[in-house]
Design a binder for this molecule. Sequence first.
Ligand code: KG4
Ligand code: ZN
Length: 388
Amino acid sequence: MISPQAASANAVDPENRPAPGAAASLTILGIETSCDETAAAVVRLDADGTPHVLSDIIRSQVDEHAAFGGVVPEIAARAHISVLDTIVAAAMEEAAVSFDDIDAIAATAGPGLIGGVIVGLMTAKAAALAANKPLIAVNHLEGHALTARLTDDVAFPYLLLLVSGGHTQFLLVEGVGAYRRLGSTIDDAVGEAFDKTAKLLGLSYPGGPAVEAAAAKGDARRFPLPRPMLDRPGIDLSFAGLKTAVRTAAHRAAPLDTQAVSDLCASFQEAVSDVIGEKSRRALELFATAHPDVAPALVVAGGVAANSAIREKLDSVTRAAGARLVAPPHRLCTDNAAMIAWAGIERMRDAATRGETVDDQNVSPRPRWPLDANAAGLIGSGRKGAKA
Ligand code: KG4
Ligand code: ZN
């Protein structure tokens, strides 16, 4: 188990440095640039299987994008270019490692805003070639999917609910590289719905925390809002209609005073919680059918997992289903490079069990890259969210 303190790893314990020549341990530099965080981290897996986050540097671009109320791809790519080398150097320095000490470089190769993905992947490829190390091209979603194994040592299989600004999906995680998408948003990501609701109501960016703070002072019964897709079987979700319903309610109640804004936020947040709670309950039922002999665990990841109302709902749904709810520390739940380094470690370790090695120097950056290649295409799966 890694403590949040260790995850932020500002002060590195010299005891954590890799032992020279410890052949069975793995140390990987991870790079993440797929949205609006420029991040680099060094993660080591000891020979005895204990993971250590040796450094975890994240530079958020929130200030650069705030004026636009959302991530601007061009600005994001330029900002990644200007700081990535400094961030990588800082991660190596904080971890007290040189390129000689690391076994591989892992970088997000998609899905994401293509300009940023190119910056991170090309930087990683160049560094890997120069240092003569393997390059591991990581799917950003795989990073989120495997984080709970770094933080909470969760065993396969488990259920993952990823709720962020770019993604909203349920995945059955059965092993490294074995992911089945059970359901997904057919339009907006849930974080995006929070951000757009905030923008509409004149709240600050990013919208999730602002909507949650306003909702705390509001009455969720004042505005009856729809619970999209609850009347349909299955696990897919939809948030575009809910966003439109918020807009309609706001226009009807205009001009909005502070209380009306809070009431709308509370009504919106409750609708989202109800939908996510019910879809999670159904996903846990599917999990039980697929793996009747496994004690179920629901892992929640992504920025929206910070929302207390949604967390409470997930708590009661998992308790009712006899399942364990695992929520990694916020810093490792949102975009970071430790999860990319860790996914690299998992991939190398998994390949080693088959006597194989990994080197993805030939992999190209990809704006879209579903984790489950067999999943049916989604209606309206056009690029909606920042990272859809
Ligand atoms: O995982 P993340 O940091 O980045 C992405 O991969 O998108 O998630 C950011 C998203 C934003 O849409 C933000 O508004 C939302 O997570 N968020 C929240 C809360 N904190 C962040 N949504 C609801 N409630 C919150 N407390
Ligand atoms: Zn993410």
